[in-house]
Structure formats: C-alpha cells, structure tokens
Design a protein around this ligand. Structure first.
Ligand code: NAD
Ligand code: MG
Length: 368
C-alpha cells in the first residue's frame, strides 16, 4: 500500500513531512538523506525504550545503514518515569561520551514518553540538534509526534519543563502497531475520537462509520485515521505554535476532567485515552446544559467511544475532591476551571464554569 504523506507547515519553521504507512521505517534512511535540515548530519542517536528496542531498533538501524547513515543508540526503561531530568542528564552525558556534536541528530523511536524525552534532550544538547520522530504507539502517531512540544516531568507535575521544537521529519510505520496491546490501542483511539469531535463533521462522521474497523485495526482505516489526526493537529499548531493564542487549547477537549481522573485514581490506573474519553462524555453533557450541545452528539459520541473500546468508567470520586483536582491543574486560569465544550460537531467553545455548576454536574456524574 502506498504511504500517506502529510506536510506540516508551521509559520517560521522549516516545513516537515509526516510519512504514514505500513513499512515506511524500511525507507527511513533514504528519506532522511533528502530531508532539508538533515543534510549535514554525520551521526544519528536513536533513543528508544526497553520495550521498543528489542522489537524495532534493529530495523531502524538497518534502514539508516542501508542509506550509509551512521548511528548509535541509547535505550531507557519503558514508562513515564523516564521522562525526568535525571534520565535526560544521563542521556546528555552519554551523548558527550559518544563524541556527538552539533552535527548529530536525535531519532525518537518509541511512544510519547520517548518522543517527549528525545525531543527535550535533542532540543537542548549543544543548544539544539535536529530531532526526528519515529512514533510506535497509536497515541504518539496521532498526537505527540507532531506539534513540537517536548518535555520532562517534575515531582511538582507533568511536562513542567520543556521546549517548543518542531521535528524535521516524522516516520509513522503502522506495522509497528501490531505489537501494541489493547489498552494502548484504545488509549490512542481516545485521542482520535477527541480530534474528530472538535475537528469537523467530515472527520467525525467518517470515524463513526469506520469505528468498528479502527477497533479491529483494519490497515487502511488506521492509516487514514492517523493522517486525519495529523492534518487536524498540524492546522491547530500552525495557528498557535506556542499555545499563546488560545487556539491550541481546543486540543484539551476531555482533558479537564480526564487529568483529574488520572491524578485521583493514581496515574496508570486508567490509560490517558480512557480518562480523556470519560472527560469527553462529561464535557459534552456540560455543553448540552450550557451551550446547547445537541443530545444526538452526546449520544453518538457515547456510542463511538463504546465501539472504540472506551466504555464509561465505573470509577468515581467525591465531587468536591474532583473539583479541587481540576482547580490545581496547571491549565486553570485565575482559579476558574475551563472546559472545551462542543457546540456542535467541529464547533467548539472554551467556557469558564462556576464551581457550583461543576459540582452539580459532578454529582450527577458520580451517581451515573
Ligand atoms: P509510552 O511512550 O509510555 O508508550 C506506552 C507503552 O507502550 C510503553 O510501555 C512503551 O514501551 C510501549 N510501546 C511503545 N511502542 C510499542 C510497540 N510498537 N509495541 C509494543 N509496545 C510498545 O506512552 P504513549 O501513550 O505513547 O505516550 C504518552 C506520553 O506522551 C506522555 O508522557 C504524555 O505526556 C506525552 N504526550 C505528549 C504530547 C506532545 O504534544 N508532546 C501529546 C500527548 C501526549
Ligand atoms: Mg492527551
């Protein structure tokens, strides 16, 4: 099957290609050789994790070698804990020991953890070397590998230190998704559903029609879903590169409640996508009460999430505890909790919601 190519064109940045398809990693080296900004790279550092390296590092390095590109590699323990300054420091030191200089580039081979970490390390080592993303989870293909946010976590919170640095190239080889478990698959589907609801009628009704096939990982549907998400995210990022114009905030649909669920249930209890899906169900109901979101949208979205393996969560916390967690989120402004709500498919609004209104809806949610 021919690969799909999406060009991401962010003002003030070198445009970059996102290649999506079965087996695109095989032609990776040849593609990098002709990518603007990578002409003078003399060595690539492939950063990976302990799950991904045994599966795909060899193929990645072979693809580089086939194009006469030199590479070295570092693997970090799989999991969110590797997104830390301590691990970043180990990588910076290892890069120096390996003799890497400004003519090096960093390839992130893995999910969003590796992508954010490699992006951060690459964008700071020697004041910044080029970054290439080779995402291997559905979530990283549809979301984190595009848009240029890099970072690590602090004890004080997630993603509190980082940079905005666009990658030079993104290689999303959908054949790597074969080894992803059901939980990680559904997690990525949550972000796909989020994008579809806030993007357009066209994407949403396409996804509703193909949700069963996406859940079954039907190749052409998977590829199209990723491409649609990348096109959507690229447009949002192009309009608001550094999240300073309020446009990028729409990507937070489902995340206000979602983040609180992840935090209060203990990170890892539910996948990020499952928590976001619950947040979408809540935000759409809030929208129905506050901005006239059609009930058909609420119901169609519920069915879509069910089909994608993201059923309503049986977990609840006390409403005041939930409200408190939402107020502590770093995206809160002036103590007011903000929700992205769909006025309709593809039309969204950001609303500051008063505490008593949130509590009333959380009470209904806790009883559901
Ligand atoms: P992840 O990177 O932890 O990957 C999930 C798990 O799948 C890990 O255990 C990983 O080792 C494993 N894995 C990866 N690829 C695999 C494959 N092909 N086969 C089998 N196992 C595989 O998690 P994620 O969901 O990909 O990303 C989450 C991270 O992304 C979070 O840290 C989040 O903050 C970040 N993120 C960043 C952005 C951004 O814009 N930069 C956007 C969304 C999320
Ligand atoms: Mg998210």
């Amino acid at each position: 099957m021919p690969a799909t190519k999406v060009i991401v064109n962010v003002p003030g940045e070198q445009p970059y290609d996102v290649r999506i398809g079965n087996g695109v990693l095989g032609a990776f080296g040849a593609a990098l050789k002709t990518t603007p900004g990578l002409e003078n790279v003399s060595r690539y550092l492939v950063l990976s994790d302990s799950n991904v390296a045994p599966l795909y590092l060899k193929a990645c390095k072979e693809a580089l070698a086939a194009a006469d590109l030199k590479s070295c590699d570092i693997s970090v323990p799989a999991g969110e804990d590797s997104k830390s300054i301590a691990v970043a420091e180990e990588i910076w030191e290892a890069m120096a020991q390996l003799g890497l200089g400004r003519d090096a580039a960093v390839i992130a081979l893995g999910g969003g953890v590796v992508g954010d970490l490699a992006g951060f390390v690459g964008s700071t080592f020697m004041r910044g070397v080029p970054i290439v993303q080779a995402p291997t989870t559905l979530l990283s293909m549809v979301d984190s590998s595009v848009g240029g946010k890099t970072g690590v976590n602090l004890r004080a919170g997630k993603n509190l230190v980082g940079t905005f640095t666009q990658p030079r190239y993104v290689c999303a080889d959908t054949s790597t998704l074969a080894t992803l478990d059901e939980r990680e698959w559904a997690c990525g589907c949550g972000e796909i559903a989020k994008s579809a609801v806030i993007d357009s009628d066209d994407f949403f009704f396409w996804l509703v029609e193909h949700a069963n096939d996406l859940a079954k990982r039907e190749t052409s549907v998977v590829e199209e879903a990723i491409a649609r998400c990348v096109v959507f995210k690229a447009g949002v990022v192009a309009a608001d590169k550094t999240e300073s114009r309020g446009v990028r905030e729409c990507l937070n649909y489902g995340h206000t409640l979602g983040h609180a669920i992840e935090k209060l249930s203990g990170y890892g209890t539910f996948s990020h996508g499952a928590a976001v899906a619950e947040g979408m169900r809540f935000a759409a109901r809030l929208g129905a009460a506050l901005v006239g979101t059609p009930i058909e949208l609420v119901e169609t979205q519920d069915d879509l999430l069910d089909t994608l393996g993201l059923p309503a969560l049986a977990w609840h916390a006390a409403p005041d505890t939930m409200l408190d967690a939402m107020k502590r989120d770093k995206k809160t402004r002036g103590g007011q909790v903000r929700f992205v709500v769909p006025n309709d498919v593809g039309v969204r609004e950001i609303v500051n919601v008063a505490d008593d209104v949130i509590l009333e809806h959380l009470e209904a949610w806790a009883l559901s």
